[in-house]
Design a protein around this ligand. Sequence first.
Ligand SMILES: Cc1cc2nc3c(=O)[nH]c(=O)nc-3n(C[C@H](O)[C@H](O)[C@H](O)COP(=O)(O)OP(=O)(O)OC[C@H]3O[C@@H](n4cnc5c(N)ncnc54)[C@H](O)[C@@H]3O)c2cc1C
Length: 389
Amino acid sequence: MSTGMSTPSSVLEDEHRELVGSFESFIRRELVPLAAEIPESGDLPPDDMRAYARSRSAALGFYAGDYPEELGGSGMPFTAVVLLHHAAGRSGCPLAPYALAGSDGPSPLLRNGTPEQIERYLLPLVRGEASRCLALTEPQAGSDAFSLTTTATRDTGSGEWVLRGRKTFVSGADKADFTLVIAAVDGQPTAFVVEAANPGLRLGQRYDGMSGEPVFEVLLDEARVPADAVIGGEAGVGNALGNGMDNLSRGRLVVAAMCDGIAEYALSQGVEYARERRAFGERIGAYQHVQEHLVSSRAEIEAAKLLTLACARLVDVGTESPENAALAKLTSSETAVRVVDRALRVHGATGWVRGHPLEFLYRYVRMMTVIEGTSEIQKVIIARSMGLG
Ligand SMILES: Cc1cc2nc3c(=O)[nH]c(=O)nc-3n(C[C@H](O)[C@H](O)[C@H](O)COP(=O)(O)OP(=O)(O)OC[C@H]3O[C@@H](n4cnc5c(N)ncnc54)[C@H](O)[C@@H]3O)c2cc1C
């Protein structure tokens, strides 16, 4: 952080300090100068910059770093991946998150794919050469994601599958090389790969989100896919949940880490400003109401970071549980929303102006309490683990 604060959690980060340091220097050297060219009209980097960040990061071994070497990754422990996401958020560079695998990158569903699916779909994702999207949510099935009305039926003549339905809020659907579609086969969720060129798959309504990131309806109008489009082959029929379970904890912890980093960046902005800005003859950082914003933020961030890192370590030793990842995701995303809000307050009107990093983060960070399950759904998971509900 630019404030030079030493943090208790830095003790836990020592293990991967060299890796994180080289990722940070990649961000500084290559991504920050590129991000300076993001057109002022848009909040988010254009597609070509994102694709560059992804493939360059893959070439350097950061992108999809936890994938094993035989699949093109670097075989990093998950804790290292979490620290990289943290570093991306903390950098304040709008391109940095795209240098790490997210919802458009390699999917654990495909890790359970057939050897052909791994070769054809997973490996280009790990190398950062392709992108995909996940079409799960439906207009009437969001948190209750598996009450699906999208169906897949087998054409007994050709053996092909025919997909019918409407998905919504799909990120990256406009640029994905293929879509992972979750559809019900005899009522059971099943994952299919549908390539972008499939004439039965088309984009519907585009929704522009608060941070400028669009999400899309994906319409499946009798989309015919070959028999081998079921992820995992015959064993994958009715088994989308089993195949993807592993991702829930990892996906949530990656979001938690990004949130911890964003919160740290926002706090550093707040502290810096409070040290410089003067009012009533004093630096505003001397006023206790301002200190309260910053000190409470610091305490909450440290707690969130420690929880995220502890959960990541549980993943590495194979003892993670869904409620731990839910605790971390809930804590870190809600902390980041609060911290960005407080840092904005400390900036007065200055932070509210378009083009200020906190103005953007205020809109950007809010989605973190929705993606990978809303905060309320994290609480449902935690409550269940407590024997409630
Ligand atoms: C930026 C962004 C990107 C997204 N990308 C994708 C994507 O790529 N692919 C995809 O398939 N989907 C995507 N989504 C959709 C996302 O997964 C859903 O929005 C999310 O699961 C919530 O569903 P919903 O919006 O329908 O809300 P609902 O499920 O209708 O929930 C509405 C409210 O009710 C609460 N609620 C619901 N059930 C319960 C309960 N049991 N207990 C307590 N509270 C409850 C929720 O927490 C929420 O506050 C994206 C959404 C966003 C915002």
